[in-house]
Design a protein around this ligand. Structure first.
Ligand SMILES: Nc1ncnc2c1ncn2[C@@H]1O[C@H](COP(=O)(O)OP(=O)(O)OP(=O)(O)O)[C@@H](O)[C@H]1O
Ligand SMILES: [Mg+2]
Length: 265
């Protein structure tokens, strides 16, 4: 990570609009938040930034198709012959009054909705079936979930009864000038040398949905600029960080070509 972040308590985040005020207001009003948007556009960074800014502990869980409710709430474990209850990250966040961030929440198993529902309506309770406890979330607790609507199959979407429990923010890539600033700041590469990379990324993003499942993310731009800043040939950096990660189809009609890479000098 770039040096500036190592010395700063709050992860740097460049807002695209009013999302910081929205997050803070949702937190004040005890409303859960849903973030949607493409991969690598700043959702995780945003949550880290806001939790630090509000002075709240943050528990992040990357959901996967095997993630069950007990992985979030907790379970009894054997410890030296005894069975002891160990809180999961969601229970911990409720007890501590922090932020629990469930990344790619649509991936999780169906029983996860059962624990999220009473926590995300006006009851704000977390029933722990196994211990018989019913935790009331303190006012500072906040649940944030995110997902990428792009690559979900029809079977994997949030049910309306889940979705309609959240205030939602749609994320997209930053406007050009802002993105140049962010990539320069994150990678250490001059803004003037970042500009053509961002321009290329914007052109590749225009192919999304035609030949490419996802466009070049800000994350990949940061990788690419970091490689160049470290002295790698810009053409190699573009190929490895902005082209190869997008697709495996060598013969893809609109596959970014050498000409695209040649934009970067
Ligand atoms: N608005 C922003 N301000 C600062 N940095 C940003 C911003 N957007 C993107 N970045 C940079 O892009 C990287 C990727 O962002 P992040 O990990 O937050 O993406 P994400 O939306 O959570 O992606 P995924 O859906 O794949 O988890 C960050 O580590 C950061 O370097
Ligand atoms: Mg993320």
């Amino acid at each position: 990570m770039h040096l500036r972040h190592a010395t700063s308590q709050i992860p740097a985040y460049a807002p695209a609009g009013n999302e910081c005020a929205l997050f803070e207001t949702a937190w004040t009003r005890q409303l859960p938040l849903l973030l949607k948007g493409p991969t690598g556009c700043g959702k995780t960074r945003f949550v880290g930034h806001m939790a630090a800014k509000l002075g709240l502990p943050l528990a992040t869980v990357s959901c996967h198709d095997d993630l069950a409710a007990a992985d979030l709430t907790g379970r009894y474990l054997l410890k030296g012959g005894d069975t002891v209850w160990v809180d999961g990250p969601l229970t911990r966040a409720v007890r501590d009054g922090g932020v629990c961030y469930l990344d790619e929440v649509v991936e999780a198993r169906k029983d996860v909705a059962v624990v999220l529902h009473p926590l995300t309506d006006d009851r704000r309770i977390l029933p722990l079936e196994r211990t018989g406890e019913q935790l009331e979330a303190p006012s500072s607790f906040m649940l944030v979930v995110s997902y990428n609507p792009g690559y979900q199959s029809l079977l994997k979407t949030l049910k309306p009864s889940t979705r309609q429990r959240f205030v939602a923010i749609e994320f997209d890539f930053l406007p050009k000038a802002r993105e140049i600033e962010v990539v320069a700041e994150e990678s250490g590469l001059d803004a003037a040398r970042v500009e053509p990379l961002v321009e290329l990324a914007r052109r590749l993003r225009a192919l999304k949905g035609h030949d490419l499942e996802e466009g070049v993310s800000t994350r990949l731009l940061v990788y690419c600029a970091s490689l160049i800043d470290a002295g790698l040939d810009p053409r190699d950096a573009v190929r490895s960080a902005m082209i190869e990660p997008l697709t495996d189809e060598a013969g893809c009609a609109h596959r970014p070509s050498r000409t695209d890479a040649a934009v970067i000098r």
